[in-house]
Ligand binder design. Structure first.
Ligand SMILES: NC(=O)c1ccc[n+]([C@@H]2O[C@H](COP(=O)([O-])OP(=O)(O)OC[C@H]3O[C@@H](n4cnc5c(N)ncnc54)[C@H](O)[C@@H]3O)[C@@H](O)[C@H]2O)c1
Length: 280
């Protein structure tokens, strides 16, 4: 039987970290038959580090992750892209169209936790970084991909927001603000380009065990003077399923939203959280 994403070309941003949602989702899309382009910064941007949380700054690691997918039988390629740089994004998408014939699926996954702090404590620089990566980055990739998708009479865009894109708790101000903007962008694109066959949905992950999730658990462990295991339990206890999620579980939802089973779904912000009750 033909794989459900056979013949599709998928572009994934922020895919340069092992066990990140980008790299794992790229592997899932490839396993379902898509040609995948993994992209990430591939250059040092220390201002985007947050505590122990690093970025995908290694071109060798990005290439290794693409090669790993090829070893598993998938068709995967690596391209360096800083999503905040519109010219770089345009060039990378043009490169993707030249080499693979188009773009059918865009997973806007790149994100930063810069500015995930109490409102009065966030610097101008961190507000700027949060908007530049989490919002302008997705605007840049969408502006480059949508005209290509329209020529192919359709496409699927999946934007990685957060539970903090549909609710708010104290202490994550810039992150919460920009992730809400991601949902607004998602609905705007869904409304404007549905007639051209483009569907656009957001996913809103809760606690997911990536480096970002682990960093958050470390912060909680320090704050409450508990072990990492206890911190993870504290974080996941309120969830109906009583656990954190895995990047694979996110990848499955993205692949569904990208595929034929979701052909009548657009403009949604889908919580991927194991039933986590968030704040306001
Ligand atoms: N881990 C969680 O619990 C969680 C929860 C909700 C939402 N999210 C969101 O999921 C997405 C993926 O996060 P993750 O947990 O896999 O973390 P991650 O740190 O592994 O992934 C983020 C990726 O974005 C890349 N990136 C940052 N700035 C970039 C730029 N300017 N250009 C290109 N790439 C850039 C980083 O290099 C990194 O590879 C993010 O948007 C994050 O906000 C994560």
């Amino acid at each position: 039987m033909e794989k459900e994403l056979a013949g599709k070309v998928a572009f994934v941003t922020g895919a340069g970290k092992a066990r990140g949602m980008g790299a794992v989702t790229a592997a899932t899309l490839a396993a379902r038959g898509a040609t995948v382009v993994l992209s990430d910064l591939c250059r040092a941007r220390p201002e985007l580090h947050w505590g122990a949380l690093t970025v995908g700054d290694s071109p060798e690691e990005l290439e290794r992750l693409a090669a790993e997918i090829r070893t598993m039988g998938g068709d995967a390629h690596a391209i360096a892209v800083d999503v905040t740089d519109r010219a770089q994004v345009e060039a990378a998408m043009a490169n993707c169209v030249d080499r693979f014939g188009g773009i059918d699926i865009l997973f806007n996954n790149a994100g930063t936790v810069a500015g995930a702090a109490p409102f009065l404590e966030v610097s101008d620089a961190d507000w700027g970084l949060s908007f530049a990566v989490n919002v302008q980055g997705m605007i840049n990739t969408c502006r480059a991909a949508i005209p290509v998708m329209l020529t192919r009479r359709g496409g699927a865009i999946i934007n990685n927001s957060s539970l903090l894109g549909i609710t708010a708790v104290a202490g994550y101000s810039a992150y919460t603000t920009t992730k809400h903007a991601v949902v607004g962008l998602t609905k705007t694109i869904a409304a404007e380009f549905g007639g051209g066959g483009i569907r656009c949905n957001a996913i809103c992950p809760g606690m997911i065990q990536t480096q970002m999730g682990v960093t958050e658990a470390e912060m909680m462990a320090r704050e409450h003077g508990v072990s990492m295991e206890e911190a993870k339990q504290m974080m996941s206890a309120p969830a109906a399923l009583r656990r954190c999620g895995t990047p694979e579980e996110v990848g499955d939802v993205v692949a569904f939203l990208a595929g034929p089973g979701a052909r009548f779904l657009t403009g949604l912000a889908v919580p991927v959280s194991g039933g986590f009750p968030m704040g306001l």
